[in-house]
Design a protein around this ligand. Sequence first.
Ligand SMILES: [Zn+2]
Length: 162
Amino acid sequence: MTDPRRVALLNASHLCFFEFAPRLLRHLTYEELKTKPSVLKNVGVELSGRMARALGMCYPERRRIALNEPYFLKNPCYLPYTLYHEMVHMFLFDAGRPWGHNREFYSLMEEFPSTKYPADPNVHIHMRQARAGKRQKQARDDEKAQEETLSGFIARVFGGLT
Ligand SMILES: [Zn+2]
């Protein structure tokens, strides 16, 4: 039997994927757009019930992003954050760049607040401490805007479900 909450969560993850992809593709040069048309293409986003520790995993060669199903069923509002994180890995890989948690990775993650989805407070690797002060202020400024979209996102994920 299919859990409707699981289906809703999967649908939301696909909507978010297509919402986020253009933000990342903007960072390709014209030359890269011409020569790397496969960037962020043919990517499957899946929910996994077997992820012990990670909230998300990116498998670039397999064109697959896996998200921790039990965690996001409990915390659907933080799904966009982890999905974006894994998409940044995929984007860097596809663009032929180092795709670990490097400087470019963090600079792309810094754009996440502009999506207006909330950052997951349970994740600590997303922000470098050195510039945390500046971003803490930005985070406070963003908090209100995020709260406003948070209920909208949850409604989108679990809309019509109880
Ligand atoms: Zn990562």
